[in-house]
Design a protein around this ligand. Structure first.
Ligand code: GLA
Length: 391
């Protein structure tokens, strides 16, 4: 395996496959600024693509076989496009690549086989969407090698279909959309009902800081599905298609008709949708105090009403709010561990990182990974020249 970066990937490909790669693709991970557990309720989200990504170096094969090597996991996996089976055990990571091919073929696209070397620096299992990045990168690699004319939105939707139908996790559309459609320097407001999206600039002088609690997310899939089911029950009882169609006032008016737990789940989703839109307005107007307050309200709602936080995430947010330069902090992603997102005044970012690391370590005994990140462009495919370097 060894320490490599994306710059070494063509050379590593040559070593592994004894051939030139013809393509490199890059698909970023993401962090969500606000709008948590709203995407599968057809609501609003505000993620940004981060400067950590999954990269694939690849070349086409004429025999319909797909040969994969993961630099991160240090193993190989192979399958035939004619009959795509699930992989298990040490090769389970390849299900994201298999699923991408499966979803594209299910739409009637003709693919060609490939040799592919996969490497990424999105931490796995910490809620920064390494799996969505691998799905989007794989979908883009198959699509580019077969010269399919797919838009970034098509790529995102096939990647989501792969995760739901092949990998078997019933996710919303946020992670794949931001990985495919991100814009440098911007977050993306996505309406998960219409799939309309528009960039929202990250204000000048504001750093986005991700703090990994190092608490790995246990039980996340079962709890995730449980929350989805609770939201569906809420929508059914409220007589709407999805919680997207409910206002706070309408929800208040029906309070007596909902079991207490369902009421709280609904209050999170309906309130969170309103917070996303308010946050976009406040960001555009430069009202950073208001942005910060909305992030904190989002965290409290996820902790108390939606119950997807955990002690480590709460400690990390509380510690962040005590640091100088903090604008706002909250858990990000599905929850039950993973990361927080912090907006911090840029000139304070260095000291913020040190202060937060110390405070969190003192309270939990865990050493967090903290990254000051940049909002990057979404996935790209790069044709390689004969030299094997990006052109
Ligand atoms: C995970 C899912 C997303 C979204 C978030 C919670 O990241 O993949 O679709 O539901 O959880 O906001």
């Amino acid at each position: 395996m060894g320490e490599i970066t994306q710059h070494d990937l063509p050379a590593a490909f040559r070593r592994r496959f004894e051939a030139e790669p013809s393509l490199m693709v890059r698909a970023p991970g993401r962090v969500n600024l606000i709008g948590e557990h709203t995407d599968y309720n057809q609501g609003f989200v505000l993620p940004l693509a981060i400067n950590r990504a999954v990269w694939i170096a690849a070349r086409a094969r004429a025999d319909g076989q797909v040969a994969l090597i993961s630099e991160n996991f240090g193993n190989r996996s192979a399958f035939s496009l004619a009959s795509i089976q699930q992989a298990t055990g040490a090769e389970a990571w390849s299900n994201y690549v298999r699923g991408a091919a499966h979803a594209l073929q299910a739409q009637g696209h003709r693919l060609c086989g490939m040799d592919a070397l996969v490497w990424g620096d999105v931490p796995v299992g910490s809620g920064l969407s390494s799996s969505a990045a691998l799905l989007v990168a794989s979908t883009l690699a198959f699509s580019a090698l077969a010269e399919l004319d797919l838009s970034p939105l098509d790529i995102a939707l096939r990647a989501q279909q792969a995760e739901v139908e092949f990998v078997g996790v019933n996710v919303g559309v946020m992670d794949q959309m931001i990985s495919a459609l991100g814009q440098a320097g911007h977050a993306l407001l996505i309406d998960c009902h219409s799939l309309a999206h528009r960039p929202v600039p990250v204000p000048n002088g504001v750093a986005v800081v991700i703090a990994d609690s190092m608490k790995r997310r246990g039980l996340v899939d079962s709890k995730y599905n449980e929350r989805r089911a609770e939201c569906e029950e809420g929508a059914r009882r409220l007589g709407v298609q999805s919680l997207r169609d409910v206002t706070i006032a309408a929800l208040e008016a029906k309070r007596a008709s909902l079991p207490e737990l369902i009421w709280r789940r609904c209050r999170h989703v309906v309130g969170e949708n309103a917070r996303v839109l308010a946050c976009v307005e406040a960001l555009r107007a430069g009202r950073l105090d208001e942005v910060g307050a909305l992030l904190v309200q989002s965290h409290e709602s996820l902790r108390d009403d939606y119950e997807v936080s955990c002690r480590e995430l709460d400690v990390m947010v509380e510690a962040a709010l005590r640091q100088e330069g903090i604008i706002g902090a909250r858990m990000t992603g599905a929850g039950f561990g993973g990361c927080t997102v912090n907006l911090v005044r840029e000139e304070r970012a260095g000291r913020f990182v040190d202060g937060l690391r110390e405070a969190y370590r003192a309270q939990t005994g865990l050493t967090p990974s903290i990254y000051v990140c940049r909002a990057t462009d979404g996935a790209q495919a790069i044709n390689l020249s004969l030299s094997g370097q990006p052109t």
